[in-house]
Design a protein around this ligand. Sequence first.
Ligand SMILES: [Zn+2]
Length: 62
Amino acid sequence: MTEKACSECHRLVEEENECPIDKNNDLRGNWSGLAVIYDPENSEIAEQLETSVAGRYAINVR
Ligand SMILES: [Zn+2]
């Protein structure tokens, strides 16, 4: 997989070397499950991931 997942918020990051949300640079290539959040205000997944930013997230990050 070319995308990496932020170890903190699970945000998927394609090109950058740090997470655009929390500026964490601990990005993991080993992740599984994909959640796409369109509407963070009304999303159970967003609540679980504790994020308020729309986008693509990994479910599990190792
Ligand atoms: Zn993050």
